[in-house]
Design a protein around this ligand. Structure first.
Ligand code: ADP
Ligand code: MG
Length: 380
């Protein structure tokens, strides 16, 4: 149905974004492109609907070279969903859904009927037809984005990280809803993500990209069982590790709710006493309302022992923190990547409510390894 034949893209300035991609996609297949940021996923998608022209190679849809087709006509036959939703704020939901049908000059009555029918697919009633995007939740807006791509019955739909901006619960339900929808409508889908869980859940075949090249193509099962190389292994492993505890999602669930603190007017020797007492080498500095002001540690105290008298005079205000409803996996990444020993957790009023330490993360990691081992035993 869709064929990429030795497709490459070199951007002006020489950046090689996509190199020699070969791929045959069958009608009705759900293909997921996955790979780290910058590996060429979006570039590949945009070459399929000719928002970007390949530097070399050819792309065929139903045997016809897309370069032989009028780009505008071509794009109307291909649904396109992107992360930023892209609904038009001044248009009603009906107008947004029926954008392409309107361009194709469908009569008003038919457009309305189609919009209503599509809303039904995602359990939204006709009362939404005349509403505006801002009156809908993020999840509902993204549903409309998907429906818009389906509106003119395109045989092929491109989706570039369509659920990336949604909260995990909404994302989960939309993924399921969409997988069902795809099966019943028998569309060919090319879907981009950097989330391995999403890929495994949705894909008939996964295409793993690295630096513009295909590293492996296979069913989710094949890729999990026989990763082609260390890159794939690590990609599956790292992602799985951070996502393998679906019950533990937010920082609030793993933080220590009693961080050791000190207030600004305390002297440095008082601060040292508190550190000794609690066996810590760093203290979070808060005001009377428990709003985080910064931190001090043994090093800072050591440097200032002679001149300064109070904590407030020497504290470092440059402290990285997270909100209590931040996803754990994002926090884990930051802690590991930036080498923090801990991250303070704040509520919506910047008040200190807890602390996530490297040590507390060990538990999560341990649990997920244990969980995986159990699975392996059961599968054998
Ligand atoms: P992905 O979607 O996988 O994150 P992209 O396809 O957006 O990756 O980008 C692939 C590579 O091409 C990246 O290194 C990116 O910086 C580069 N790139 C993307 N668009 C352009 C552009 N218009 N000009 C130059 N380089 C670009
Ligand atoms: Mg992209």
């Amino acid at each position: 149905m869709l064929k990429l034949d030795n497709v490459s893209k070199v951007y002006k300035g020489g950046k090689k974004a996509v190199s020699n991609i070969n791929l045959d996609i069958e009608k009705g297949e759900f293909i997921v492109f996955i790979g780290p940021s910058g590996c060429g996923k979006t570039t590949t998608m945009k070459m399929i609907n000719r928002l970007i022209e390949p530097t070399s190679g050819s792309i065929y849809i139903d045997g016809e070279n897309i370069l032989d087709q009028d780009p505008v006509q071509l794009r109307r036959k291909i649904g396109y969903v992107i992360q930023q939703i892209g609904l038009f704020p001044h248009m009603t939901i009906q107008q947004n859904i029926a954008l392409v049908p309107k361009l194709l000059k469908w009569p008003e009555e038919k457009r309305k009927q189609r919009a209503e029918e599509l809303l039904q697919l995602v359990d939204m009633g006709p009362e939404y037809l005349d509403r505006y995007p801002h009156e809908l939740s993020g999840g509902q807006q993204q549903r409309i984005g998907v429906l818009r791509a389906l509106a003119a019955e395109p045989p092929l739909i491109l989706m570039d990280e369509p659920f990336g901006a949604l909260d995990p619960i909404t994302r989960d339900s939309l993924q399921e809803e969409f997988k069902k929808l795809q099966k019943s409508l028998n569309k060919t889908i090319v879907f981009v993500t950097h989330d391995m869980d999403e890929a495994i859940k949705l894909a008939d075949r996964i295409v793993i990209l690295r630096a513009g090249e295909i590293v492996q193509v296979g069913t989710p099962d094949e890729i999990l069982r026989q990763p082609a190389n260390e890159f794939v292994e690590e990609f599956i492993g790292k992602e799985r590790l951070l996502q393998s505890r679906p019950d533990v999602e937010f920082v609030e669930q793993v933080m220590n709710p009693k961080p050791v603190t000190v207030t600004s007017e305390k002297t440095l020797s008082e601060a040292i006493q508190i550190m000794r007492q609690h066996r810590v080498d760093s203290l979070l500095v808060v005001d009377e309302a428990n709003v985080l002001k910064g931190y001090i540690d043994v090093e800072i105290i050591d440097q200032n022992r002679k001149k300064a008298a109070t904590v407030g005079e020497v504290l470092n205000q440059d402290v990285y923190s997270v909100q209590k409803d931040t996803l754990i996996r994002d926090t884990v990444r930051k802690i590991l990547k930036r080498g923090f020993k801990y991250v303070p957790v704040l509520d919506e009023n910047k008040r200190l409510v807890g602390i996530v330490t490297r040590a507390s993360l060990v538990d999560i990691v341990y649990d997920s390894i244990w969980g995986e081992e159990k699975d392996v035993v059961m599968n054998n």
